[in-house]
Design a protein around this ligand. Structure first.
Ligand code: B12
Length: 303
């Protein structure tokens, strides 16, 4: 039976990277499709896609693309290689079931510590996860689920605003402790939309990008368009990322007024607030945290 094969666009969409990135990976690192269509277009089998996903996972833990491609090409099919350890104590790869149970327990523990306004236990758990798992996994598996859970509690009861504030302050503090990337001349600029106060995702993204060696400049919450314009002119960024959490801040009309620069930068947006129907076509929208990291870390000139 013939396996279902995907074109480069479909694979790019699935991985959350540009099609040109996949072509570059193929040309530069020899990690491409095993076949071509009659017309010469790239055709990816499920095994090709699995290899690319392995490469992407490696990049997300800070492995440089060349090394990530090598690991992916050498991994036996169906067996993901061990994730790279971060900091002390991170080199044991637990069994999946142990891992899921530990993760669920850690989410419950962090939620309890935050609900009890226990700043020290909250910080200890967040810091430990960041060091052990790296920013992408600590955010996706622990911090974001607890934030979303507390947000839900707030939505039904109107309570927990003090918990949101404490947890946010602790997470910001722990993220600030993570190391910065060396300057490379063209940073990724990260900002919240005008009047948007939910800045945590932007700071988490900065820390995750730093972990992959990408230099960032974080402008944080409520950035007025003239300020972002000035920052673009002054820094000549490689990419600009803008976050909108709430629909109040999600009208993208002003994005079209941002200045062009030479060399050009990629404009990427994320967050549930954006009015997607009104996003100009040249803007890339990312839906998930790892997707944002991959999209920004795999741009040419990112590091
Ligand atoms: C922390 C928090 C705050 C902090 C922010 C501190 C800071 N410096 O960021 C403080 C206390 C200041 C705050 C204030 C307010 N908040 Co608030 N807050 C939150 C909370 C708990 C987390 C915010 C966050 O970081 N979200 C990011 C991730 C964790 O959540 P998510 O976007 O849902 O994640 C999904 C995707 O976006 C994606 N994803 C996750 N992370 C990332 C990262 C990237 C880069 C990408 C691309 C994708 C991605 O995966 C998830 C699954 O689909 C949310 C709950 C929530 N669900 O977001 C409420 C929430 C956003 N806040 C809310 C509200 C109403 C407010 C206030 C207006 C009133 C209040 N509750 O106090 C004010 C004013 C805000 C303003 N005008 O801008 C509402 C918004 C409702 C709405 N839809 O408009 C929420 C949803 C809580 C709720 N259910 O009521 N808030």
């Amino acid at each position: 039976m013939r396996e279902a094969q995907l074109g480069v666009g479909a694979v790019a969409q699935r991985l959350g990277v540009a099609a040109s990135t996949l072509r570059t990976w193929d040309r530069r690192y020899g990690i491409g499709p095993s076949g071509r269509s009659a017309g010469g277009h790239r055709r990816y089998t499920p095994a090709d896609v699995a290899r690319l996903e392995t490469m992407q996972r490696q990049i997300l833990t800070g492995v440089p693309p060349q090394e990530a491609a090598r690991v992916a090409l050498e991994a036996p099919p169906g067996e993901p290689p061990a994730p790279r350890a971060h900091g002390a104590g991170g080199n044991r790869v637990p069994l999946r079931a142990d891992h899921d149970e530990r993760q669920a327990a850690e989410v419950r523990g962090l939620a309890r510590a935050a609900m009890a306004l226990d700043a020290s236990a909250t910080a200890g758990t967040v810091r430990n996860a960041l060091r052990r798992d790296g920013v992408v996994r600590a955010w996706d598996d622990l911090i974001a689920p607890v934030l979303i859970g507390i947000g839900r509690k707030h939505a039904v009861s109107g309570d927990c605003v003090e918990v949101e504030h404490l947890l946010s302050a602790v997470v910001l503090g722990c993220l600030a402790e993570t190391p910065a990337a060396p300057p490379n001349g063209r940073p990724v600029l990260l900002a919240c939309a005008p009047e948007e106060q939910h800045s945590l995702p932007v700071h988490a993204l900065a820390a995750a990008l730093a972990e992959t060696g990408v230099e960032t400049l974080t402008l944080g919450a409520r950035v007025p368009p003239p300020a972002l314009t000035a920052a673009i002119r002054r820094t000549g960024p490689n990419a600009v990322f803008v976050w909108s959490q709430t629909t109040e801040t999600g009208d993208p009309a002003w994005l079209a007024e941002l200045p062009a620069s030479r060399p050009p930068y990629r404009l990427v947006v994320g967050g549930p607030g954006w009015n997607r129907d009104r996003l100009p076509p040249h803007i890339t929208r990312v839906a998930a945290f790892p997707e944002a990291v991959t999209a920004l870390a795999s741009l040419p000139g990112a590091r």
